[in-house]
Design a protein around this ligand. Sequence first.
Ligand code: ADP
Length: 300
Amino acid sequence: MPQTIEIKDLIKIYSGGFEALKGINLTIREGEFFGLLGPNGAGKSTTIGIMCSLVKKTSGSVSIFGKDIDTEPDLAKQFLGIVPQEFNFNIFEPVHQIILNQAGYYGVTRKAAMDRAEYLLNRLEIWDRRNTPGGRLSGGLKRRLMIARALVHSPKVLILDEPTAGVDISLRRSMWIFLQELNDQGLTIILTTHYLEEAESLCKNLAIIDKGVIIENAPTVRLLEKLSSEVFILYCHDMTDVSDLAYLRVVEEGVVEAELNKGETITRLIETLTARGIIVDRIKNKANRLEELFVKLVAA
Ligand code: ADP
């Protein structure tokens, strides 16, 4: 039986009386790549904060591989590597030192810490910046430093809160590859995001949280099946009459909405319009897919 992280009936009421978590339940298995997905303000950071003992829960329980965060907090914490949303290292300290200090905090021996720091900084491609004060790194490199720091004590679980906030596309891709590699090696990874696209690329299982309530918890492929159609907006010129095409709706002169069901392609759509002499200048998704999924889930 793989070990699990168990979150039971978790409630968080902030001091002003706001109920950020309304009794959530989650089970995350060892080795999973798990996504906690939801819009801003849904309660993702609060959940993560409680798991890491950075936020005090109001009631409920959390156990990390059998260690309860109330009764065995040090053992529970030892299992976790945390990459918070905000950069929280000493900006004047060199990168290498930041990693070594964290290792010391977790009781890693000096020799093991040196080896591990070298491996991680190389793997994350910031070894050549090891003597640079953390504060002088770019946003993307700061995020990598935070990941290296979180991994220095070889945790069993890596928790990332919005890991790609402020990270450019090429860095984001290489970060995804690295995270996938870590997961393939057996590391359990939990990430929060408000991008369905990011969760879709990385996570095998997803929980969707909205206003402090888990509204879905299922394998990613099952959730995506609920998105059976997508709406695109097309900006066109040389418009002709399209009123006979039921899947099109003319919004205004030159702007058309097209609803494509699963299996229908953009190529076919463009070919149909081109055959009528219409030129499609640009095309974009009407809503982000997380929003579409929410609309479907809430309506279901
Ligand atoms: P998410 O990470 O999904 O964006 P959060 O967990 O940060 O959401 O926040 C959930 C809700 O709790 C939000 O409405 C937020 O405004 C509120 N909240 C977060 N932290 C505090 C706090 N320290 N005091 C009062 N309300 C808070």
